[in-house]
Design a protein around this ligand. Structure first.
Ligand code: FE2
Length: 297
């Protein structure tokens, strides 16, 4: 299967107004055309949207969208999933219109995380009016990364490595005490980091369960100042900082984590590592950061 990138995230929320303020006023993202009172579309680049926030009854991940090159690649993906016994549902016309894509299938990973694999998303050729002049790093690297809960971690890892064709970049051991919702009876849990492209990781697998179905998502900025200005906006808005500024040991990202509406976190970073998949060898990290990233709570 030839997945190219993490393309979009769809999130249900019980408090759309809070997300609207958070992403537009604090994260420095841009409202996409076609947003309504019940659905916020968010641009960070030339795509019509990279995020959909949908008003609902609770906060949860509705789908992580992974992009393939074209219709042929999507058909191949569907065949490979079905051959592996994964239930595949083809998106109807209303779904394609909603996502602004030309082809789409739904499936779930072994942990039950909802995925959409798609091709042909529409672009918005209007200027991106980033409110603070900030610019996001996307393109072939996709929107950023997402960390999903996967208590049955090794089975889920196999799904992404063997079936979706992601490359394992590295992993980190976690003691059972650090993962209270992890699978019982294991001496050690592992967090895994993978990607289908050069971004060090587009996907993290957290070895425990979390109700919103998402641990955090990360967006990358072009400059350190973009990150610093956002950190100031977080403080000014009274938003709790979950982790101080630091540099990660695996993707070398300089970032902070803030609480987001809905019980999960957003990582806001700069200077992430782009690897050469042809020469990369998987490694183990023994600390998540070189410096900083002091976690609160
Ligand atoms: Fe992250």
């Amino acid at each position: 299967m030839d997945i190219r990138a993490l393309g979009y995230l769809r999130i249900e929320t019980a408090d759309l107004a809070a997300w609207r303020t958070y992403v537009l006023d604090v994260l420095g993202m841009t409202e996409g055309r076609g947003s309504t009172d019940s659905r916020l579309l968010v641009r960070i680049d030339d795509r019509v949207h990279r995020f959909q926030f949908v008003a609902g009854t609770r906060d949860r991940l509705l789908a992580a969208g992974f992009e393939v090159a074209n219709a042929k690649a999507l058909a191949q993906a569907a065949r490979e999933l079905e051959a592996a016994g994964v239930a595949v549902e083809h998106g109807d016309d209303a779904t394609l219109a909603d996502r602004r894509v030309q082809g789409l299938i739904h499936c779930e990973d072994p942990g039950g995380n909802p995925l959409e694999i798609y091709w042909g998303q529409a672009q918005d050729h209007g200027p991106l009016a980033a409110p603070y002049g900030n610019r996001f790093v996307t393109g072939d690297l996709g929107l950023g990364h997402v960390v999903l809960p996967a208590p049955d971690t090794e089975t889920t890892l196999g799904f992404y490595e063997d079936l979706l064709g992601f490359q394992l970049r590295d992993s980190m051991r976690l003691p059972p005490a650090a993962v209270p919702t992890g699978a019982p009876g294991k001496d050690v849990h592992r967090m895994y980091f993978l990607s289908p492209n050069g971004r060090h990781h587009s996907l993290g697998l957290y070895p425990g369960a979390l109700p919103p179905g998402i641990v955090h998502f990360m967006v990358e900025l072009e400059s350190l100042d973009d990150v610093g200005y956002c950190l100031d906006r977080m403080h000014a808005a009274g938003i709790p900082i979950a982790s101080t500024l630091g540099r990660h040991s695996n993707d070398r990202m300089v970032s902070f984590y803030a609480q987001a509406p809905g019980g999960f976190q957003v990582e806001y970073g700069w200077d992430g590592l782009v690897v050469d998949p042809a020469t990369w060898t998987a490694k183990e990290i023994t600390a998540d950061s070189f410096w900083g990233h002091q976690w609160s709570g």
